[in-house]
Design a binder for this molecule. Structure first.
Ligand SMILES: NC(=O)C1=CN([C@@H]2O[C@H](COP(=O)(O)OP(=O)(O)OC[C@H]3O[C@@H](n4cnc5c(N)ncnc54)[C@H](O)[C@@H]3O)[C@@H](O)[C@H]2O)C=CC1
Ligand SMILES: O=C(O)[C@H]1O[C@H](OP(=O)(O)OP(=O)(O)OC[C@H]2O[C@@H](n3ccc(=O)[nH]c3=O)[C@H](O)[C@@H]2O)[C@H](O)[C@@H](O)[C@@H]1O
Length: 437
């Protein structure tokens, strides 16, 4: 099939590449000229495991192309994916300006039947808005379908290739038939296509993300309680996760959820519920709890040093909002660093992938190091924000030699408490007892 994908971010580029991988001809469109030039030169503009190999393979096979010229892409394609940003607006709602602006262009440019498939996360009613914008501009037949995307950054290729389900929101029989064919390489009995109306599909995406954000937040509150009463959240997590009604995924406590989606999607659903006259109380609590959870290492750090912190030097491991990505949008590390800088604290930091993005925010306000050990030279303590695999088994003796004091505040529970005790660290984590020297 001939497909155009508009927007080549995490969702668009992965969608385009994976659809090319199963034999389709795909042309990816972006307004960012530098990005398109980079992709034409065979460079993947984001860090996403396993993407580069498929990207290069499909360019070579002449199935994956890039352009800044929307009309060229539309003329070659019947299926048009929208993978455009829907960032949070000042009032918390999802900003639809990118989607609406492309809808206007589509209305001006399409000359024959198109299926316009929206993969962006958009509030209920957006399919209708897009439909109306296009309808006002053309008499050409078209369908607008809601087809939300559930991939995770860091596992984007794997999630796209083996989705747990594909949601198609439309009443158009013609569109359903074409989409069933398009997605047939990805569907199995256990990985079904679920067809519903547009509004239900749009809400399914928000309900999924906000449910997961709520699950994490619930565990963070359980962890906070564990710290007060002296229970161990790891045991509680295993205890409840073995109940298949609860499930053992997304129960890991930490320093709050970040990323380009959970925070904005919880805000957007709160906003659209308010607008619809429904007070979505649980999600308002999720936002409040998450805001304080993101800074929850700071009081621990202050208490340990009896509030004498301004002369301290702090090392940081992990800047990305989670491992396996260079994405720092809404990363808890940003909240932590901002709090420390407010106190005039000197910071050294390391992240395997996210340092270029963090440098754009902080410049020389913090010292970026070449590896995890360089961070530790003469620091009074280490703060861990992201559970990158390479942090799990460090040389503890080397760490102690480098650090002024063997003190660690771990926001992701990456170390075994017994191991920290044996190695002589003061170690504070989330929802577990404090390990003292
Ligand atoms: N990042 C993720 O893991 C997931 C994101 N989503 C949703 O998918 C949507 C896209 O997200 P990302 O891919 O992360 O965004 P992104 O910000 O990484 O990429 C969006 C791309 O669209 C381009 N763009 C903007 N205006 C354009 C226009 N008029 N014409 C062509 N290109 C244009 C931008 O230059 C950028 O390259 C959002 O609604 C997001 O909520 C859904 C599931 C997963
Ligand atoms: O709409 C989206 O953009 C995507 O949002 C999330 O994917 P992503 O943001 O890439 O990352 P997750 O792995 O879900 O993690 C989100 C945040 O929750 C945190 N988290 C996750 C799991 C957990 O048990 N505990 C926890 O604190 C992570 O550290 C991270 O900050 C969803 O998992 C995807 O299904 C969805 O498509």
């Amino acid at each position: 099939m001939n497909i155009a994908v508009i927007g080549t971010g995490y969702v668009g580029l992965v969608t385009g590449t994976c659809l090319a991988e199963v034999g389709n001809n795909v042309i990816c469109v972006d307004i960012d000229e530098a990005k398109v030039a980079q992709m034409k030169n065979g460079k993947v503009p984001i860090f996403e495991p396993n993407l580069e190999e498929l990207f290069l393979k499909n360019i070579k096979a002449n199935r994956l192309h890039f352009t800044t010229h929307l009309k060229t892409a539309l003329d070659k394609s019947q299926i048009i994916f929208l993978a455009l940003p829907t960032p949070q607006d000042e009032d918390g709602s999802a900003d639809l300006k990118y989607v609406e602006s492309v809808a206007h262009e589509l209305g001006d440019l399409i000359t024959d039947y198109k299926i316009i498939i929206n993969k962006s996360t958009v509030p209920v009613g957006t399919s209708e808005i897009v439909k109306n914008i296009i309808k006002r501009k053309t008499s050409v037949a078209f369908d607008v379908i809601s087809n939300p995307e559930f991939l995770r950054e860091g596992f984007a290729v794997q999630d796209f290739m083996t989705p747990e389900r594909i949601i198609i929101g439309t009443k158009s029989k013609k569109a359903i038939d074409i989409l069933n064919k398009l997605y047939s390489p990805f569907i199995t009995l256990k990985r079904p296509v679920i067809v519903m109306d547009e509004k239900s599909a749009e809400l399914t995406k928000y309900a999924a993300n906000t449910f997961l954000a709520t699950k994490i937040t619930f565990m963070n509150e359980v962890a906070n309680l564990c710290e007060i009463i002296g229970a161990n959240v790891d045991d509680v997590r295993k205890g409840i996760g073995s109940d298949s009604r609860i499930g053992n995924k997304f129960l890991f406590p930490g320093i709050g959820f970040g990323g380009s989606c959970f925070p904005k999607d919880v805000n957007a659903l709160v906003h659209s519920s308010d607008t619809a006259g429904y007070n979505f109380q649980i999600l308002k609590s999720v936002l409040n709890v998450n805001q304080s959870q993101k800074k929850s290492l700071i009081p621990k750090f202050k208490k340990y040093f009896n509030n004498h912190i301004s002369s301290k030097k702090v090392g940081i491991w992990g800047l990305a909002f989670k491992p396996n990505t260079d994405d720092i949008r809404e990363a808890p590390a940003i909240d932590v660093i901002n709090e420390l800088l407010l106190e005039g604290i000197e910071i050294t930091a390391y992240d395997p992938e996210a340092m270029p993005n963090m440098k754009r925010i902080y410049g020389d306000k913090i010292t970026f190091c070449n590896n995890a050990y360089d961070v530790l030279k003469d620091v009074d303590c280490l703060l861990i924000n992201t559970e990158w695999r390479e942090f799990y088994s460090p040389d503890f003796d080397k760490m102690k030699k480098l650090m002024k004091q063997p003190v660690i505040f771990d926001g992701r529970n990456i170390f075994d408490m017994e191991v920290m005790k044996i190695n002589g660290f003061h170690y504070e984590s989330v929802g577990r007892k404090i390990v003292t020297k």
